[in-house]
Every structure is written in structure tokens, then in C-alpha cells.
Design a protein around this ligand. Structure first.
Ligand code: GDD
Ligand code: MN
Length: 410
């Protein structure tokens, strides 16, 4: 094996014996267009009755980077979980791919996905619903279902900028995947895809969508069932619940900040003999620091922020500074009106905390969900430029432009 980093396609298969011999050459043909990585394929076959595993075994002498694991059929999500764990253990790849084995996902895009991963994206989504993507053979019913499902996910799950949340063609940076807890995710059906997407975003993945054409199967049948669709709806409710946990966490941190603030205020005024004027700003700064640490470690931990920790700390201070001034002024004003100092400080805290929340949520820990999706062309160009800057001589090859492409999507 070379010492290049690896990229491994996790390929779940159930009754794909006809497709595997067509797909493997198409995949491994792409390896030469991915000079930065060593390409592997790990087939997760659930003892398909059509003998998929034997077909894979037959190809292994020809393709040394083709791996196979077997299991019991427990659903697509379960197959992915097992496959990803096995790939990480065996190969420690930098990138994992999710892909279907039925030729609905064009291998010609593999090099583009890797280039985008190299350019800094943690999650590259082959998207049927961005400009340039399409589902030419979807029945009206399937298209409506898919679009409606995605609409619900985007609105209820709070990811308006992503258009294809259920796509099964993706590149994932392993490091980000390893931050995720896959255990509670839906496993039976296809809702695994959307659960995984939200879990990746929660853990800070920076996503990009690349348009794909999703043509019809020519061999075998789709395994998408009615119960998959039911599970999908139930799963949206679960995703929504996980979202509100972030808000609850913010409130808890805010409350702890109130206690820290008020606690030090009482300590300084009552035990140390400070005046209310002097004690208030000290108490405020101490609560700012503790709030930052807690919000960063818990509340916004899962947000896809792109700014550095130092910058967030500075922004948090600017926001908190403003909130602190509001807190202080409120207290002073109320003090002048003869209000009890503790009540004045408390009123300042409430107002200040509110402003803190709104501004930090929208600015300091600005989530990728409020960011416009990148234009693919621009992102690819930037990725290439960065790559060239990093390795000035070794790799000046331009990104593949689909040159050999005898196997583009129809
Ligand atoms: N090991 C294993 N076990 N593989 C499975 C199982 C399973 O229980 N169920 C499906 N697969 C494999 C199939 O053999 C195929 O390679 C891949 O998973 C996708 O299955 P299809 O049955 O072809 O799915 P589809 O074309 O209807 O659905 C596609 O679009 C969905 C969104 O519309 C897939 O890309 C899904 O991942 C995607 O969510
Ligand atoms: Mn399919």
C-alpha cells in the first residue's frame, strides 16, 4: 500500500449481483483521477440471496482494494453503521463515501467530491435538487414524496439552505463522523440518511451540495418501502426534538450566568464591601467568561461555525460588552429611581441576557444554515487554488473535467 491518505466507498448491497460487475470497473477507473488518495471500496452485503457476495469475491483478485463484509439484513442504516465502523477500523480513511450500488450514482463524480473534501468541505452531498441536479425518471409520486420530505426536513429540522437532505451519495470527512453519535440514529430505512446529515451538521460539518443526475435503475429493484416512509416522518419529529435541546441548553447556561453574576455581585457588595457601582461590572465580566465557556462547550458545540475560537471569544465579548453596558445602565437608572440594587441588577441581567442570545446566535456562532450554499464552480476553483498553494510542485494537475467520461449519467 502507498502512504497516501485513503478514501473508502462504503457500498451497501442487497441483491446487486447484476450491478456489481458493471460498477466496480467504473469506480476503480476513477482511481487514476484521484491522485491525492488511495481509493478503496467496502461492500456491505447482507447475505443477499442472489449471490452478490460471490460476485464480489470473484472480483477481489482483480481489485485488491475491494473489501467485503457480510451481515444480517437489518436495513440500510444498520448496514451503513457496520460498514463505516469496519472501514474506519480497517483502513482509517480520511474520507468515507456513501454510495448506492445500483448505478444510480455516477462514479465520474468521485474525483470532484474528493477535491472538495481536500478544499476543506467535511460533507459533500450529491444533490438532486440544486440547480443542475435532476431525477429524470422519477415518477410524479416519488418526486413529490422526495421533495415534500425534503421540505419538511429543511423547515422543521432548521436547515433551509440544504436542498437534498436524503441523498445517498456523499463524501464525509471521517474525523467529523467520529464526533457523531450514530447509535441513536434511525437504522431500518432510508431515514438514516437524513438523521446522519443532521448529526454531521450538529457536529460542525461544513457542507456543500454538488448537482447530480439520479437516473433510473436498469437492474434490480428499489428497496424503498412504505414502512420506510412512515419511519421517515417519525424521524423528522425526532430531529426537531434534538434541535430544541440546543435552545434548552442556552437557557440553562443563561441561568447559570445569572447565578454567577448575581452571586459575585452579592459577594462583592455584601462580603467584601464593594459599592454596587464597582461590583456590578466585575460580576458582569465574570459571568461573560463563564457563559462563553459553557455556550461554546455545550450550547453551540454542534453548530457549523467557521470562525476561530479566538474570534468567537472577541465577538462574544463585544456582544456581551453591549449587553453588559445595557445591564449596567439599567441598574444605574433603576438605582436612581430608588429601586433596590439587587432588583436593579437582576433587571439588567434579564435584558442583557436577551440581547446576548439574539446577537450571539446570529453572529458569534453563526450557523451554516444561515449561510448561502456555495456555488460549486467557485468552490472547486478555490479548492484547486488552495491545493496548488499547499503543494506547489507535486500536484499541478488540473481537476478532472470528465475527460474519459464514457459513463456519464444519461
Ligand atoms: N446491505 C444492505 N442492507 N444494503 C441495502 C439495504 C439493506 O438492508 N437496503 C438497501 N440497500 C442497498 C441497495 O442494494 C443499494 O445499493 C442502496 O442500498 C440503495 O438502495 P435502493 O433500494 O436502490 O434505494 P433507492 O434508489 O430507492 O433510494 C435512493 O434514494 C434515496 C432518497 O430518495 C438511495 O440513494 C437512498 O440512500 C436515498 O435515501
Ligand atoms: Mn437505487
Amino acid at each position: 500500500m502507498s502512504d497516501l491518505p485513503r478514501a473508502c466507498i462504503v457500498l451497501p448491497c442487497y441483491n446487486e449481483a447484476e450491478n456489481i460487475p458493471i460498477l466496480m470497473p467504473l469506480i476503480f477507473e476513477q482511481a487514476s483521477r484521484i491522485p491525492s488518495h488511495e481509493l478503496h471500496v467496502l461492500v456491505v452485503d447482507d447475505n443477499s440471496p442472489d449471490g452478490t457476495a460471490d460476485v464480489v469475491r470473484g472480483l477481489q483478485s482483480q481489485y485488491p482494494n475491494l473489501h467485503l463484509i457480510l451481515g444480517e439484513k437489518q436495513g440500510l442504516g444498520e448496514a451503513y453503521k457496520r460498514g463505516m465502523a469496519a472501514a474506519i477500523e480497517k483502513l482509517a480513511p480520511e474520507f468515507l463515501f456513501e454510495m448506492d450500488a445500483d448505478l444510480q450514482h455516477s462514479p465520474a463524480l468521485l474525483p470532484v467530491f474528493v477535491a472538495l473534501g481536500e478544499g476543506g468541505f467535511d460533507l459533500v452531498i450529491g444533490s438532486r435538487f440544486v440547480v443542475g441536479g435532476s431525477t429524470p425518471h422519477f415518477s410524479l409520486r416519488r418526486r413529490a414524496m422526495s421533495l415534500f420530505g425534503n421540505f419538511l426536513l429543511r423547515v422543521l429540522g432548521g436547515l433551509p439552505a440544504l436542498r437534498d437532505c436524503t441523498s445517498g451519495y456523499r463524501l464525509i470527512r471521517t474525523e467529523v463522523l467520529q464526533r457523531c453519535d450514530l447509535t441513536p440514529l434511525a437504522t431500518k430505512g432510508y431515514s438514516f440518511q437524513s438523521s446522519l446529515l443532521f448529526e454531521l451538521i450538529r457536529n460542525g460539518a461544513k457542507p456543500i451540495e454538488v448537482p447530480i443526475t439520479f437516473p433510473d435503475r436498469t437492474h434490480g429493484d428499489s428497496k424503498l418501502s412504505f414502512s420506510d416512509q412512515l419511519e421517515f416522518l417519525l424521524n423528522i419529529a425526532r430531529i426537531r426534538f434534538r434541535k430544541s435541546q440546543e435552545f434548552i441548553s442556552f437557557c440553562a447556561v443563561g441561568l447559570s450566568g445569572v447565578l454567577v453574576n448575581l452571586g459575585f455581585f452579592v459577594l462583592f457588595t455584601r462580603a467584601l464591601g464593594f459599592s454596587a457601582h464597582a461590583a456590578s461590572p466585575i460580576a458582569i465580566e465574570l459571568s461573560i467568561i463563564s457563559n462563553f465557556i459553557l455556550n461554546n462547550a455545550f450550547t453551540f458545540r454542534t453548530r457549523a461555525v467557521t470562525t476561530s475560537l479566538r474570534r468567537r471569544f472577541v465577538q462574544f465579548h463585544l456582544v456581551s460588552g453591549l449587553a453588559g453596558v445595557i445591564n449596567f445602565v439599567t441598574m444605574l437608572v433603576l438605582l436612581r429611581f430608588g429601586v433596590w440594587d439587587i432588583f436593579g441588577q437582576l433587571a439588567g441581567i434579564v435584558l442583557g441576557t436577551f440581547i446576548n442570545y439574539v446577537l450571539n446566535s446570529l453572529w458569534t456562532w453563526r450557523d451554516v444554515e444561515s449561510v448561502q450554499p456555495f456555488a460549486v464552480e467557485k468552490a472547486v476553483t478555490e479548492a484547486q487554488a488552495r491545493k496548488r498553494a499547499r503543494r506547489p510542485r507535486a500536484d499541478s494537475r488540473p481537476l478532472p473535467r470528465g475527460g474519459s467520461g464514457s459513463h456519464h449519467d444519461a
